[in-house]
Design a protein around this ligand. Structure first.
Ligand SMILES: NC(=O)c1ccc[n+]([C@@H]2O[C@H](COP(=O)([O-])OP(=O)(O)OC[C@H]3O[C@@H](n4cnc5c(N)ncnc54)[C@H](OP(=O)(O)O)[C@@H]3O)[C@@H](O)[C@H]2O)c1
Length: 265
C-alpha cells in the first residue's frame, strides 16, 4: 500500500530510542524526510548515524519541558534556507515521554508536577506552535503516542496517567478546533511495549508488590492476551498509517493498541 508519505517532512520527538526511533525507521522506509528530536545530543547523533538514510535525516537536541527550546527546535527544523532544515512540517509525531512510575505513597507535589512537565508539557510545548503553523498553511497532521494509562488508572502510574488523560483531551479538542484548517490530530494508546520504559514499570510494580507483601509480578507481557508486549515497530506501523493521507478522515480519535488487555468498547 502506498501511504503517500514520500518526500514529506516528519518531526519525531523522543526519536533517539524506543517507540520514537521505531517511528523514524518506519517513516524513512516510506520515503519521508525525518527530523529527530530528543535531549541527549550524543545519543541522538548516534541513533541518526545508525540509520542508512542518505540525506533524509536531521536531528535537533532540545528539552521539550522548556517552551522556548521547543519553539527554537521547531523553527530550526522548519528552516529551509541553505539546507538548514527540511522546511515546513507535514507531520509531527510526539513520543518524548519520561514520566516516572512510583507507588502512590511516593507521590508528593513535586512528583505530580514532574509528571506533568515530563509527559504533558513536553508534548504541548511543541504541538501547540506546530499546529498553529500547520493551520496557517492549511495542512498538517499530528500523532501523539500517549498511553493506555490515560484511560485506566494504574496505582504505579497515577501522575503519568493523569498527564496522559490531559493529553488525550488536548488531542481530541485540538483536532476539533483545527479540522477546518486542514490539520488532523490523533492519539495512540499503546499498552505494554518492549522498551526500557517497560523494564522501569516492571521494577516499580515489583517494588509495590514487595511493599504490600505480594509475590513479584510475572515477566513483562506474559499475562497479556497476546502473551507478549507490543514491539516498537508495531506501534510505529500504526503511527505511520495515521500520519498518512490514507487516514484522511481519521481525526480526533484515540486508538487503543493494548492487544485487548482492557477489552472495553
Ligand atoms: N514503552 C511502553 O510500554 C509505553 C506504553 C505506553 C505509552 N508509552 C509512551 O510512548 C512514548 C515513548 O515511550 P518509549 O518507551 O519509547 O520511551 P523511551 O524509550 O524512554 O524514550 C523516550 C524518548 O524521549 C526522549 N525524551 C525524554 N524526555 C524528553 C524531553 N523532556 N525533551 C525531549 N526529549 C525527551 C528520550 O531521549 P532523551 O532522554 O535523550 O531526551 C527518548 O528519545 C512515551 O510518551 C511513553 O509514555 C510507552
Amino acid at each position: 500500500m502506498d501511504l503517500g508519505l514520500a518526500g514529506r517532512h516528519v518531526l519525531v520527538t523522543g526519536a533517539s530510542r524506543g517507540i520514537g526511533f521505531a517511528c523514524v525507521q518506519a517513516f524513512l522506509a516510506e520515503g519521508a524526510k525525518v527530523t529527530m528530536l530528543s535531549r541527549d545530543e550524543t545519543a541522538l547523533c548516534a541513533a541518526a548515524q545508525s540509520l542508512d538514510a542518505g540525506g533524509r535525516v536531521l536531528w535537533r537536541a532540545a528539552d521539550l519541558r522548556d517552551p522556548a527550546s521547543a519553539l527554537a527546535a521547531l523553527e530550526s527544523a522548519e528552516a529551509a534556507e541553505a539546507g538548514a532544515g527540511f522546511g515546513p512540517l507535514d507531520v509531527l509525531v510526539n513520543c518524548a515521554g519520561a514520566a516516572r512510575r512510583r507507588p502512590p505513597d511516593e507521590l508528593d507535589a513535586a512528583a505530580w508536577n514532574d509528571a506533568m512537565q515530563a509527559k504533558f508539557f513536553s508534548y504541548i510545548h511543541i504541538m501547540s506552535p506546530a499546529v498553529q503553523r500547520m493551520a496557517a498553511r492549511g495542512a498538517g497532521c499530528v500523532v501523539n503516542v500517549v498511553g493506555a494509562g490515560g484511560k485506566v488508572a494504574n496505582p504505579t502510574h497515577l501522575a503519568g496517567g493523569a498527564a496522559n488523560a490531559a493529553l488525550l483531551l488536548a488531542s481530541a479538542g485540538m483536532a476539533a478546533a483545527y479540522a477546518r484548517q486542514g490539520v488532523r490530530i490523533n492519539a495512540l494508546n499503546p499498552g505494554q511495549v518492549a522498551t526500557d520504559r517497560l523494564r522501569q514499570r516492571h521494577e516499580a510494580e515489583a517494588r509495590l508488590a514487595s511493599l504490600e507483601g505480594r509475590p513479584p509480578p510475572a515477566a513483562p507481557g506474559a499475562a497479556l492476551p497476546l502473551g507478549r508486549p507490543a514491539e516498537p515497530r508495531e506501534i510505529a506501523d500504526m503511527v505511520v498509517f495515521l500520519a498518512s493521507p490514507r487516514a484522511s478522515y481519521v481525526t480526533g480519535a484515540t486508538i487503543a493498541m493494548d492487544g485487548a488487555t482492557t477489552p472495553m468498547i
